[in-house]
Design a protein. Structure first.
Length: 459
């Protein structure tokens, strides 16, 4: 494959992994990621200033439903990043195109299925998550408006995965900022301008996802590789490629299902302690989410760099990608922890003006403040294993971590209440890093040839 047929940026996949290169990749991703929890915080703040705790609780439960549905299909983003990054590292422009198109077809098919099944999905999920009748009714109004974003939200995962795999991080930043800016503007317009209440928050997200895919489709068209042969349907339906795609998606789906199951179990146990505790936990999870999105910038950089190194069969670049991204992830976690310790009370006060919820949130704030130091290792190693497309290890590690979390809640919540619940959540985060670290030495040994052999293979 000649490099003239590759999109911009190809051919440098196995370049030296330096601190500067990692920061050049990670910083735009961090900025893009941080717009997402800012959006969540805006939704929380708007709901938190409506008259009644059920509105904040309703957004929390409705948001958990969409986390299950949309994040459950997060394999569309992660799998696309890994496959595209490896094809990019190998200089395979045709493979890049095929992986993108296969993922888009799957995304729209799944989105259509979600729309078709929305009534039973919403009924079952909101009943299972618990909460008072008022909270569930509010969550239903929010969810019925937001669910129409499904095809576009899932397709946006594919677009983002492609951009990250191709290391086009500035375009990923533009796309994410655009989606979230439209969402913030729409939620203010729909809730305060049109008076749509809680449904306006959901409708704003649907509007933003549709607009975001329009922009993403335009980007994909502009980035299309030149000089390739016309697309053959037979190549798109290649049995071996489809088998690999199904295996990757299955493992990542199960891994994500376990992750979402942990947060769903967390919300369920919090809801059993009353609407105020449910709302306070939802508020504090904004700390966790904001930190996770920020640190995931380095994990996404690891996905792109590790994937490219694996595709190029460059073991040294692989090791360096792990080492450098781990350094910056740890530093970022320390900074988040310091900010949360110093300014956590101020942040809580900005997110709600309801005294009861604020008091409960401050009681459990220290758990959220130490979470970055505990969570960072699992976040970074997720990126390493996704880039290497070693998804079976990801799935097994998450199953083990979920088992530890559930056992900890059964042991601690009955005695220590919500403190026990937060302890179990941090133990879950620590287990994610520890279980993946167990698989890392074997992964490093499997990566492929040393740089000299890799160069010979590409010649």
């Amino acid at each position: 494959m000649s490099e003239s047929a590759l999109p911009h940026g190809a051919g440098s996949a196995s370049a030296a992994v330096t601190h500067r290169r990692v920061l050049a990749l990670a910083f735009p991703i961090v900025l893009a990621n941080l717009t997402q929890p800012i959006l969540g915080a805006v939704d929380t703040a708007v709901a938190g200033h409506l008259d009644g705790a059920q509105y904040l609780g309703g957004v929390a439960l409705g948001g958990l439903f969409f986390n299950f549905v949309f994040w459950g299909f997060g394999f569309l983003r992660m799998g696309t990043t890994g496959l595209v990054a490896q094809a990019h590292g190998a200089g395979d422009a045709a493979g890049i195109r095929l992986n993108l198109l296969r993922a888009l077809i799957v995304a729209f098919a799944l989105g259509a299925a979600v729309l078709a099944l929305q009534v039973p999905l919403l009924s079952f999920a909101l009943s299972a998550l618990g909460g008072s009748e008022a909270v569930r009714a509010t969550a239903l109004g929010y969810s019925h408006a937001r669910i129409w974003s499904a095809p576009f939200a899932l397709a946006n995962y594919v677009v983002l995965g492609y951009l990250l795999g191709m290391q086009r991080v500035r375009l990923a930043l533009v796309a994410q900022v655009f989606i979230n800016a439209v969402n913030i503007g729409a939620v203010l317009l729909y809730v305060y301008g049109f008076g749509w209440g809680i449904a306006g928050i959901g409708a704003a997200t649907a509007t933003a996802d549709a607009c975001g895919f329009a922009l993403g489709a335009w980007m994909l068209w502009r980035l299309r590789p030149r000089g390739l042969a016309p697309l053959a349907v037979r190549a798109l339906a290649d049995r071996a490629a489809l088998k690999r795609l199904i295996a990757l998606n299955r493992d990542i789906f199960l891994r994500t299902l376990c992750l979402l199951g942990a947060f769903g179990w967390f919300a369920h146990l919090g809801a059993q302690q009353g609407d105020a505790t449910l709302a306070a936990n939802a508020l504090l999870l904004n700390f966790q989410t904001f930190m996770a999105y920020g640190l995931d910038g380095f994990a996404h950089a690891a996905e792109a760099l590790v994937g490219a190194a694996a595709g190029a069969r460059d073991r040294r670049a692989f090791r360096q990608a792990v080492r450098v991204t781990l350094f910056w992830s740890a530093l970022g976690a320390l900074l988040f922890a310091l900010v949360y310790w110093a300014a956590g009370g101020w942040i809580v006060a900005r997110l709600t003006d309801q005294a009861e919820i604020r008091a409960v949130a401050l009681r459990y704030l220290p758990w959220a403040a130490i979470s970055p130091i505990v969570s960072v290792w699992g976040f970074l190693l997720d990126g390493v294993f996704i880039g290497a497309t070693q998804t079976q290890s990801l799935m097994r590690a998450m199953v083990a971590s979920l088992s530890i979390f559930v056992a900890a809640t059964l042991a601690a919540v009955g005695t220590f209440g919500n403190h026990g619940l937060w302890f179990a959540l941090l133990l879950f985060m620590a287990a994610r890093g520890a279980t993946l670290a167990r698989y890392l030495p074997a992964l490093l040994r499997r990566v492929g040839a040393d740089p000299q052999a890799a160069s010979a293979a590409r010649a």
